[in-house]
Design a protein. Sequence first.
Length: 362
Amino acid sequence: MTKHRPPHQTPSDRPTPRTRSKRLRKLITVVVATCVGLLLVEGGFRLLGPPQYEARKILPRGVPFTSGPNGLLQYQPNARFYAQYDPRGAEGGNDGRVDYQINSQGFRGPQFGAKAEKTFRIVCLGDSFTFGEGVAADETWPRQLASLLKNRDGERERSIVEVINAGVQGHGLIDAVYNYAVHEHEFEADAVLLAFFMNDLMEQGKTIALNDALHRERPATGLAKWSRVADFFQDRAFAKAQHEALLAAIHDSFSDGGRNTIKKVLTEFDAYLGEQNVKLAVVVYPLLWQLDDDYPLTAEHRFIRDTLAEAGIAHLDLFDALKDVPASSWWAHPTDHHPNAAAHRRAAQAISNKLESLGWLP
């Protein structure tokens, strides 16, 4: 068997010190150029890149909740607290502070008493989207609805229309209905607007935990401790994971059990109100994310609309009023996907139009 010997390397084939030095210089040049490029990217990102917003804080000591009848989540009467957002993302160049004032009855907004004659009173039930997390009191959809109804056809003498904001952060569907039952004698309602947000079938503790996670300060790890570029992509990955967790939880809540809950609770609530000659309309508020043909909760919206139509319950899906614009344009803050004043205004206008079409208004 013939063995092949490696070709003999002559002295002229061996790299000379000069050649080795040249190769080393090339390698050093590549490394230096790469480092300079990365430093330029990092510097440019720090100067011109999107800001890394600080997490929202609820001050002075968080949301002043108290436990009501059967553990119903309520606000401490006369409580005052505020949300502090990063001013860099605040609308209108304000300082990022949003104040919340609770009246002596435990609700946001003006005090209300016994209903006067010739008064048509609307009670708005719901969660943080009704309460108005992230916006001033006069920017919430119940308050803007009151203004629209007050100013309609000013030349014609009408009954007074009052709108009460009974929204409570963290309330789900059952909580909202029970909230009405607890306060119905104070409300003296002629009509109830129940705003259903897409997470309202979820267990309350899970809803609050997911919301807290979205607003919790995220500590940078690894390379993100020193690099804004790395921190940006780490933050994006974190936000995406939180969003996917919320979507998964919403999808899970619309199981057969959740769907039966919607049918049972709303049908019974409508019948209960009907016995008192109180009208009910359900307002469906979409998740403010991807408001186009790729909206991820289309099937859930369709189910709610079909269920309400079958039960003969008046309803309005706000998806149509808010769609086909970047969802971020409706956010209270880049770190908070609750509706901003413009979204509340759009909702109030759509609701006002719906009430007019139903012929409910005096």
